[in-house]
Structure formats: structure tokens, C-alpha cells
Design a protein around this ligand. Sequence first.
Ligand code: MN
Length: 244
Amino acid sequence: MHVSKRNFLRTAFAAPLAATLITKTSFAVAGHQAAAQTTASTAFTLPPLPYDYAALEPHIDRMTMMLHHDKHHQTYVTNLNTATIKNPNLQKQTPEQLIRNLSALPQDIRTPVQNNGGGHVNHTMFWRIMKPAGGGEPNGAIADVIKTNFNTFANFKEKFNDAGTKRFGSGWVWLVRNPQGKFELTTTANQDNPLMENMYPILGNDVWEHAYYLKYNNRRAEYLSAWWNTVNWDEINTRLRAAK
Ligand code: MN
């Protein structure tokens, strides 16, 4: 009897304990799956900055670069993953393909892909068209495009900076190649990219306050002027070739 009673007690205690463990395990598994469905997509990824955060100083400061790349750009990537998570076929496309065909997307994700896909494409270009000890006079084919269309580099910069200064609110200023093969200056609002209007962006500058406010405060024109000291003309020539 003594042994039996012990066994009974063990069984009596064991049963609810087992039930509790199973319940907790099930809950944990369900919770893990729920988390995986909303946060684990890594179809689109943040490209590493191709130089140190401080490499563009004094024209763009280290803290601005750190926040701009690690926080702002990362957020566009994360939100693009979230927007497309239920559409594995969309996650197989490049971000450029997605933003070129916004009207083909399911209506409920069109705006988040426009904003965050645009943000991802814009910033991926932006880091690459700058470099440490950049700037100077344009060279190669882009120098010819500027001379043909704007007469002088000084005149091109003045027109580009003026367009960027006048872009109301947040957005970008661009040199684009239009579908007829002509080059023109344009600006876009928010994170819109010229690809959304069948224009190819040769180069662009970010005029959101997050791009300059820590160092330049409200002086956008001063930032636009200094930015030319960071420009990577080799990369811009690569983009010019890709536009054809
Ligand atoms: Mn930005």
C-alpha cells in the first residue's frame, strides 16, 4: 500500500505538470510561428555602407551617416519586407522591378511598396554615388552630358541645387534620362523614384531633413552646395551606361 500510494501521488502530480508543460510548449511554438510570420522576412536586405560613417566629413557628419544608413534606410528595408511578406513571388523581384510596376501590385500594398521600395532603391544608389575624397570636376561620359545639356558644370550645379532647394517638404532632386533619351533635372516628393515614371535616375540628392539637419540645421542650400564634394563620378558614369 505504501508503494502504491507513492505511485498514486506521483501520477497525480505528474499529470497536471505534464499538461502544463504541453500547454506552455504549444503556446511557445505558436508564438514563435506568429513572430516568424511578421518579422523574419529577409528577402530585401540593407547593403553595408561602402565606407566608414565618418568618411564623408566634413561635408556629411558621422552621426548623420550612422542614423541615415542604420536607422532610416534599415526601416525602409524592414517595411518593404513586411509589405511583401504574403507575396513570395514579389519578394523574388528586385526592388527596382517592384517600383517600376506599382500598378501591377495588389492595391493594399501599393503605397507601402511605393514609399519603402522607393526608400530602399533611393538610398542604395545614394551611398554608392558618394565616396571619401570625392567631388571635383566630372569626367568621362557624364562630363559630356553635362556640357551638352547645361553648358558648364557650374551652371548644372546651380540649376540642380536650385531645384533641390525649392522642393517643398521631403524629397529628392535628380538628373534623369527620360524615355526619349533626353537628360533633365527633376524632383520627386517623399521617397518616390524616377523609375516610377519611366525615367532613369543618373544621380540624385536626398533633401529630407534627416540627410542634413544635425550639421546644417535648416540650411538646405548649404548642404546641397557641400554635397558635390562627396560625389563619386565613376559610379555615376556606371549608372549612365546602365540607363541606355
Ligand atoms: Mn534619406
